[in-house]
Structures are given as C-alpha cells and as structure tokens.
Design a protein around this ligand. Structure first.
Ligand SMILES: *Cc1c(COP(=O)(O)O)cnc(C)c1O
Length: 456
C-alpha cells in the first residue's frame, strides 16, 4: 500500500527539521519514519492507521496504558484550574498533595520531595544534595562519588559523570568529573571473571575495598537498584543491594537510589528498594511517575539532609537549585491520578500473574541459537544475543543485529528497541496476557529470521 500524502509530507518535514535523540541520522534518513498519531491502551497507531503493540512502554514510561480514562481526566480537570504556576516563592495545591502521597508510598525515612522534570535532573539534584550535605557538616573532603560499572543515570554532565555506558559518554570524558567505580554484578560477563556459583559475591568485597580506602572522600554512592536498565537490563543477584546499603552505612557514605527506570511497579513492587527492604538516603524517580503522561521527576530525601541546607537563624541558607517548570501542576495532577490507580486497581497485585506468565513464556528463549542470556525482573526483560553461545562472543557491532531484529518486529506490529545486541522488553503494567503471548511469539521469530540470515 502506498503511503498517504500526508504521511509523506510529514516524513519529509521530519527529515528536514527534526533532530532525534540517540539516533544515527544517516541511517534514519534512509527510511520512511514511523509517525505516531494516536494511541489506545497498549497500542500505538501511526498516520497510516496501523496499530503497534507498545513493547517498551514508550521508552519505559507508560504504566496503565495510553489514553487511560482516569489519567486523561486528571489532566483535563487540572487544565480547568491552572496549567502552570511556580514553586519559587509560591506553592500549589497538587504539588503539596503529591509530595504527601509520595512520602507515604516511598521507602520509609524519606521525608522531603524536591521536584524537577526529568530523570537526569532528579539525579543531578541528588548529587548536589549529597555533596552539599557533607560540606554543611564542615567536611570539605567528600568531593567524589562512587558509582557502578555499566551505570546509566542520565545525559546531563553530572549524571554522565556517574554513568559508564561507553557509547553514551566516551565523547564527553574530558568534561566529566572523576569518581570511583565498583563492579556491578553483571554475572553473565562478570567484570571480575568469576562464576556466580562460586564467587561469594566477590564484587561486594571490591566495593568494600573502595569504601574502606576512600570513604573520607566520597559524598555518595549511586546505584540502579536490582536492574541496570540502559546497560541491557542487568539484574543483580539477591542480597547485593542490601549489602550495598549495609556497607555504605558502615562507611558513612550516603546512598542515592536511582529508581527512574525501576520505580512504579516495573520490578513487581512499587519500588525496587522494597524487594530488599532498604532505606535510601536519597531516591530519584521520574519515568513512570506520571504514568507516562508528562515530564515530571522528584528527588526524595531525609529530614537530616533537608535540614543541613537550612543554615542558622543568623545565616540562613538554601538549596540554590531549581528548574523553571519544577512541580508543574499538570504533571502533579496526573501523577496523583497515577498513584490512585495503583491503589484502587491493586495494580501491583494484578501484575504478579503476568510476571509469572512472562517468565514461563521466556523459558524456551534460552534454547534459541544466539541467545546468550535472558534476564528478567518483573516486567523488565533483556535478551542478550551473542554470535557464539560457548565463548559469549558478541556479534560484530556493525551488523546491527539487535536493531534489525527490532525492525523485523515492527513489521509484525510490535515496537521494541535494542540496547546494542540486547533486545529489551518492557511492556506497560497494563499489558494483557494475550499480548504477552503475542510479544513472546514475535520476538523469537524475528531473532531466528535475522540470525539465520547472518549465518549465511
Ligand atoms: C532514563 C533514566 C535516567 C534519565 O532519565 P531522563 O528522564 O531521560 O533524563 C536516569 N536514570 C535511569 C536509571 C534511567 O533509566
């Protein structure tokens, strides 16, 4: 079927004027872009009226599906009141209500909510808070951060500095501040060359070594709890996060938990921190906060950290940070409605059988040729492809195997994206069992089709 005139016009305009994020434009401009016009439930609909299952929650944000009635209504209702007012010198009804609700549902001990508008800014804020906190106590030696190999915390300069996904940060290395890196338990390719069965969590010992030697210079340790998302859904073994919390406490280093990806049910609980019952000193949330509707983020912290910014009566102080759209009321209103759905619909309870079903459906993937490892935590999945299962040798990068598989899936009506040669699945929590079956039928078909072609 030839494309509609309007689609062609839009495609041309896209190529003329739009610069896409994380996109190689030489390749992008070789093909017709898929242009989304509408959505409904778990489906995206393009300008040609074709429907696609949203297998990555529109980049990890959609929670209860698109065009969710309650969320649509929350935005409309707020629009009749005010779209935006500032939190600098003023407050707003919905920003207040949301901060109270977030404190109630977040891991205990977090008592103050600082709003911003993206995951990166929520991390940037967390780093500045931790840095300032140690200085407020008169300690000026704590100027560094401890993070993990393979980490991703965002694209601003501060958040890149604590990140380590090579392709994203290599170009900018001279700009970044230096810190310490501890090995994250990427057990399939252990950075310490150990085997999970016999390693005794050697990586934790490495973390302790760093802390023991350098804790007097470390303001905070930042971690993606349970799952490193952008690294390719690297799932950490049980107990790892709890140990990180124990050791950071032991060596008096603040723990910043970046739940930008894992928050809002993705791992099977509202927050990943709950699985190992840890209490972060600072918590970053964004992506799922508004159910995937509007850009809103928050950094939550303890009373002690908040107080450290107050100064004294004689010389009062402040956290001199804020973004213009901080705590945008439309975002806050829809975030409140998002949390209300979690409660009223018992969303967390309802996804448990889906997580189990997905686990069963993924089981046979392990036997496919070229599937090195299948990692799942809740509704977050990474399928790592390799050229050789025995040696774990990756495919040559320029073959773009992962990207081509996702392209094939699109022809079959499924939107997914790879991270390198790891195929990522992250369906909305509203995904139906029949849709999970559909996804797990399409993906292996596409893996087979592409890798068989590769063999020739
Ligand atoms: C996506 C992500 C971020 C960055 O969020 P943006 O809203 O894209 O700035 C930070 N941390 C983690 C763990 C993420 O997955």
């Amino acid at each position: 079927m030839p494309l509609k005139k309007e689609t062609k016009k839009l495609a041309k305009a896209d190529h003329n004027s739009l610069w896409h994020p994380f996109t190689r434009h030489l390749e992008w401009e070789e093909e017709e872009p898929l242009i989304i016009e509408r959505a409904s439930g778990n489906y995206l609909i393009d300008t040609e009226g074709r429907r696609y299952l949203d297998g990555i929650s529109s980049l990890w944000v959609t929670v209860h599906g698109h065009r969710k009635k309650e969320l649509d209504q929350a935005v409309k209702k707020q629009l009749r009141k005010v779209a935006h007012s500032t939190l600098l010198g003023l407050s707003s009804v919905v920003a207040i209500e949301l901060s109270e609700k977030l404190i109630k549902v977040a891991p205990s001990g977090l008592k103050k909510v600082f709003y911003s508008d993206s995951g990166s800014t929520s991390v940037e804020i967390a780093l500045k808070m931790a840095f300032h906190f140690s200085r407020a106590g008169g300690d000026t030696k704590k100027t560094k951060f401890l993070s993990f190999t393979g980490a991703y915390h965002g694209d601003t300069v501060g958040s890149m500095s604590v990140g380590e996904v090579d392709a994203f940060v290599t170009q900018y290395k001279p700009l970044l501040f230096k810190g310490y890196k501890a090995p994250y338990p990427y057990c399939y390719r252990c950075p310490l060359k150990k085997e999970p069965a016999t390693c005794n969590l050697e990586c934790i010992k490495k973390l302790e070594e760093i802390l023991k030697k350098n804790s007097s210079t470390i303001a905070g340790c930042i971690i993606e709890p349970l799952v490193q998302g952008a690294a390719g859904m690297i799932t950490s073994p049980p107990g790892f996060l709890k140990e990180v919390r124990r050791l950071t406490k032991k060596y008096n280093v603040l723990l910043i938990v970046d739940e930008v990806a894992t928050g809002f049910g993705r791992t099977g609980k509202l927050f990943a921190s709950e699985h190992e019952k840890i209490k972060p000193d600072i918590l970053c949330i964004a992506k799922g906060l508004t159910g995937g509707y509007l850009p809103l983020a928050a950094t939550l912290t303890t009373e002690a950290i908040f107080k450290s910014f107050q100064g004294t009566k004689e010389s009062p102080n402040a956290f001199y940070h804020g973004h213009t759209y901080t705590g945008n009321p439309l975002g806050c209103a829809v975030a409140l409605a998002n949390l209300k759905i979690f409660k009223d619909d018992k969303t967390i309870e309802k996804i448990q059988p889906k997580i189990k079903l997905l686990k069963n459906l993924l089981e046979p993937f392990k036997d496919l040729p070229f599937v090195g490892e299948v990692r799942q935590r809740g509704l977050m999945v990474g399928i790592e492809l390799v050229a050789d299962k025995k040696t774990k040798k990756p495919f040559p990068q320029n073959k773009r195997t992962g990207a081509k598989i996702c392209r094939r899936a699109r022809e079959r009506g499924l939107i997914i994206r790879p991270l390198g040669d790891t195929i990522i699945l992250m369906p909305p929590l509203s995904i139906k069992e029949s849709e999970l079956r559909k996804i797990t039928k399409i993906v292996p078909d596409c893996i087979k089709a592409e890798t068989e072609k590769n063999k020739e």
